[in-house]
Design a protein around this ligand. Structure first.
Ligand code: SF4
Ligand code: SF4
Length: 323
């Protein structure tokens, strides 16, 4: 795999500082039942990294101690973590709002037949990937048969009242561009998605989030091997808008990896750019078991060229467009 970090670090990005923590994003591990082209994690069925019981307990203790209101569970496929159901039960007991970044197809895998009901029971918000509403495009990006399986999963979620206007179970969808281009306007695309999915499959959902592909790991390596890395970086930089700086997710979120180390976001996690503190012995990597929220406030965020994916055009975050 080609490493994009040296090239990204040659590109300067405006200085930004961390604000209050609204959401803790927990990466439970890099295993996934899929192996998508645009994956910034390089996730796949053969990855073995997963959060240990000890780190899960450290993470729950951090959430309780700091009164964290919302967590965003990601991976890989976070649901493949063996203690996933236990974790969402514990989070529910702490009265935390839970977001599950779901690839949809996991809901149809053997052994996960009850997963959708469990998510509904714990009132977990689902943010589900559906990078296009055209079968051919989805299967090209995510693998053969993924579109059909995703539709089946969406119907299952709708039956559980996910995404229904009168219900309170939230189902948001995520659109990723097919390659080295920016996403279309989120609002317009949401209207198209809603119309197509309703007419063709009678599927409903709450909101569409457009997310720009970030040139790290599998996606970054693919761009480099196709000689598309430099033109894509140029496109991102040329489309930068200062208006998006205030709403960058890293200012209000924190990312914890499967080993308990902390990062400004999942992309910095994949690039190996952790949060650190200076000590008498040198520099130390911050771990969820030994960090105070107060030491993070107003601190510089670790930035490089990939950050332009978050500020290009309408901006991009795990919650979709910024402006
Ligand atoms: S993009 Fe999501 S579904 Fe696809 S391989 Fe990566 S983690 Fe899995
Ligand atoms: S990639 Fe985006 S979210 Fe991560 S540090 Fe850069 S601007 Fe912030």
């Amino acid at each position: 795999m080609l490493d994009t970090l040296p090239l990204l670090q040659e590109i300067s990005f405006p200085e930004i500082k961390r604000k209050q923590l609204d959401v803790l994003q927990i990466n439970l591990g890099y295993r996934c039942n899929q192996q998508c082209q645009h994956c910034h994690v390089n996730a796949g069925p053969k990855r073995t990294e997963e959060m240990s019981s000890e780190v899960l307990l450290d993470t729950l203790a951090f959430i309780e101690k700091n009164h964290i209101q919302a967590v965003d569970l990601t991976g890989g496929a976070p649901e493949m973590h063996p203690q996933f159901i236990e974790l969402i039960s514990s989070l529910k007991q702490l009265n935390v709002h839970i977001i599950d970044r779901c690839n949809l197809t996991i809901l149809n895998e053997p052994g996960y037949e009850k997963l959708a009901e469990e998510l509904a029971d714990k009132q977990v918000e689902i943010v589900a990937s559906l990078p296009c509403y055209m079968e051919e495009n989805v299967d090209k990006q995510r693998g053969s048969g993924v579109f059909k399986s995703s539709i089946e999963a969406l119907l299952k979620l709708n039956q559980l009242t996910y995404g229904q206007p009168e219900g309170n179970l939230i189902l948001n969808l995520v659109y990723n561009p097919q390659g080295a281009v920016l996403a279309p306007a989120q609002q317009i695309l949401e209207t198209d998605y809603k119309k197509f999915l309703a007419e063709k499959f009678a599927i409903v959902f709450n909101q569409l989030f457009t997310i720009t592909n970030v040139p790290v790991k599998r996606f970054g390596s693919m761009l480099m091997s196709r000689q598309e890395f430099q033109p894509y970086m140029q496109l991102l930089q040329n489309s930068h808008s200062d208006n998006n700086l205030e709403g960058l997710m890293c200012r209000y979120q924190l990312s914890v990896d499967w080993q308990g180390y902390l990062y400004d976001c999942d992309f910095n996690q994949m690039l190996g750019l952790p949060l650190t503190r200076k000590t008498a012995q040198g520099e130390e990597t911050l771990h969820i078991s030994n960090v105070n929220l107060s030491e993070l406030y107003d601190k510089d965020i670790v930035v490089a060229g990939h950050c332009y994916a978050c500020t290009a055009g309408q901006g991009s975050s795990c919650g979709g467009a910024i402006s």
